[in-house]
Design a protein around this ligand. Structure first.
Ligand code: HEC
Ligand code: HEC
Ligand code: HEC
Ligand code: HEC
Ligand code: HEC
Length: 379
């Protein structure tokens, strides 16, 4: 029997900040086995590569991030690290960013964001979970890249915590860390049920990492119930309840999204009638300069909130409409606008693109309409 692995010790070494250079690859490696770019891994790991390409981890060096980094000094590597350690953590990516800032047109590995090798490769040795059947590679298997070193850490929530959870002494507002996803998860029933981040965000080991930007994922995390309208002495009474029934942490976990629940009366054209709208915002709202928390109405695991509707019945109303809208990047929309109004320097064009992307990410999570009866209640 081998003693149980020390996951915490593995992760401390695996996620050193900053990461060390890979160094020279073993002499018998083919150029493909030694390459760090995701497309090279993808030649053999087709499914993971296809998944990853569409995931936000692959877009972690999008225009919103790069548009800010590009204004930094080419040699200010510590300053770069403050972002790269989560967005593009390989030392080789830090090199290519420095080079790209110095020689304006240069492209490189940094642009590919959170690449395969950042999670799986150290000093050209590969790391991963055991095979799906639980078996581990043997030296005589003669696998490409000398096989891999197995660690249980890959199926553990702590693997994700380095980037999705601030240290206890990290930046906090109103006594709460700005990023607290792991701690929220740990305090929830999911931790005791053994349902790790990977259970929900990498089901069947898929490399999709869907979250607040994906309608189906958000739908799986919250139960929404519309209470039928009732008319009482000329007023419409109704309710819309949202329960965090399947999100493994606060709904939503970050300060960046905004979820808006609303009810309004609609005329024959389906449009909202003026003065009939009522809303409830679910978000952790902070000021743009991060100096203050304005409100925190997020739903903890299993918590619920009800928007209580009460408004005079509009004579033109045909239906009562219930909506839940999601703005995944609400904070960034405001942040990019502020950045542009002050002048975004060399990053101007990229920040404009990031602003457009943040607005394009809005979606409707829930929409329902119920008829309004004008009969006896109006008499
Ligand atoms: C020449 C083909 C090839 C290339 C290139 C390649 N791999 Fe592999 N990889 C394999 C094979 C084959 C296995 C063994 C699968 C098995 O035996 O179950 C493997 C195993 C793995 C495993 C362990 C899988 C498990 O079940 O836990 C990981 C993780 C991995 N590779 C990551 C990578 C990454 C990251 C890259 C790029 C930096 C890469 N590989 C490049 C062929 C390749
Ligand atoms: C090296 C840092 C790092 C690690 C490790 C990491 N992430 Fe991420 N993750 C990020 C960054 C950065 C983003 C934001 C990408 C972007 O949009 O620019 C992100 C985005 C996400 C998103 C998408 C959120 C959304 O807005 O929709 C999910 C879900 C996610 N990560 C889950 C995980 C899980 C689960 C793990 C562990 C298996 C993990 N991450 C490990 C850095 C990391
Ligand atoms: C501790 C890890 C961490 C660090 C350090 C970090 N980020 Fe992020 N960043 C994230 C995660 C996780 C997300 C996705 C969740 C969200 O939208 O808040 C994200 C999202 C973003 C986004 C919006 C998504 C996108 O790709 O456009 C921008 C812009 C961004 N970060 C910029 C930065 C900049 C600039 C720095 C350095 C000053 C930085 N980040 C440092 C983890 C980190
Ligand atoms: C954010 C970190 C992260 C990135 C980036 C990442 N992986 Fe993984 N990978 C994981 C984790 C975590 C697991 C194990 C999931 C589990 O145990 O549920 C895994 C599992 C795997 C496996 C085993 C899959 C299986 O079905 O058994 C392979 C192969 C692999 N990754 C290859 C890749 C390749 C290739 C890329 C890039 C295209 C990549 N990974 C990018 C974290 C990552
Ligand atoms: C029981 C399933 C479940 C578990 C476990 C879980 N999540 Fe989520 N996660 C969700 C759902 C559903 C969403 C979409 C709703 C939302 O954004 O809150 C989400 C959203 C996210 C987002 C998007 C940003 C945001 O503001 O919500 C990130 C990042 C994330 N999860 C990371 C993690 C990490 C890291 C862990 C482990 C510590 C984890 N999740 C555990 C279900 C889960």
């Amino acid at each position: 029997m081998t003693p149980p692995e020390n996951v915490a010790a593995f992760l401390e070494k695996h996620w050193q900040s900053p990461l060390a250079h890979q160094g020279g690859a073993p002499a018998h490696f083919t150029p493909q086995e030694a390459a760090l770019d995701p497309a090279s891994c993808g030649a053999c790991h087709v499914q993971q590569y296809e998944d990853w390409r569409g995931a936000l981890h692959a877009k972690a060096m999008g225009p919103g991030v790069l548009g800010q980094l590009i204004n930094m000094d080419a040699q200010a590597r510590d300053e770069h690290q403050a972002c790269l350690r989560c967005h593009a953590p390989l030392a080789e990516q830090a090199d290519s960013l420095s080079a790209a800032i110095a020689v304006k047109a240069k492209t490189g590995l940094h642009e590919q964001g959170l690449v395969c090798a950042a999670c799986h490769v150290r000093e050209h040795r590969h790391f991963g979970p055991p095979r799906r059947d639980g078996s581990v590679p043997k030296p005589e298997d003669k696998l490409p890249h000398d096989g891999w070193k197995v660690s249980a850490a890959f199926s553990d929530s702590r693997f994700c915590a380095g980037c999705h959870q601030f240290e206890p002494d990290g930046f906090a507002l109103n006594g709460k860390l700005l990023e607290n996803t792991y701690a929220e998860w740990q305090a929830s029933r999911y931790a005791s049920e053994g349902r790790h981040c990977q259970s929900c965000h990498m089901p069947d080991r898929r490399h999709l990492w869907r979250g607040i930007h994906d309608r189906e994922t958000v739908r799986s995390g919250v139960t929404i119930t519309a209470a039928a309208p009732r008319i009482d002495t000329g007023a419409v009474l109704a309710g819309l309840t949202l329960r965090n029934s399947g999100t493994g942490h606060h709904f939503p976990t970050y300060v960046t999204p905004r979820v808006v629940a609303e009810i309004f009366q609609a005329g024959a054209d389906g449009k909202a009638l003026a003065g009939t709208r009522q809303e409830h915002v679910i978000a952790r709202q902070v000021t743009l300069d991060l100096s203050r928390e304005v409100a925190d109405t997020r739903l903890a695991v299993d918590a619920e909130v009800r928007l209580d509707y009460r408004r005079p019945l509009d004579a033109r109303a045909k239906t009562l409409a219930y909506r839940v809208r999601v703005e995944p990047d609400a904070f960034y929309t405001a942040f990019y606008r502020a950045l542009l109004s002050g002048g975004a320097g060399k990053g101007e064009k990229m920040i404009r693109q990031a602003l457009a992307d943040s607005l394009a990410s809005h979606f409707t999570l829930f929409a329902e309409s119920q008829p309004l009866q004008h009969g006896e209640a109006q008499r």
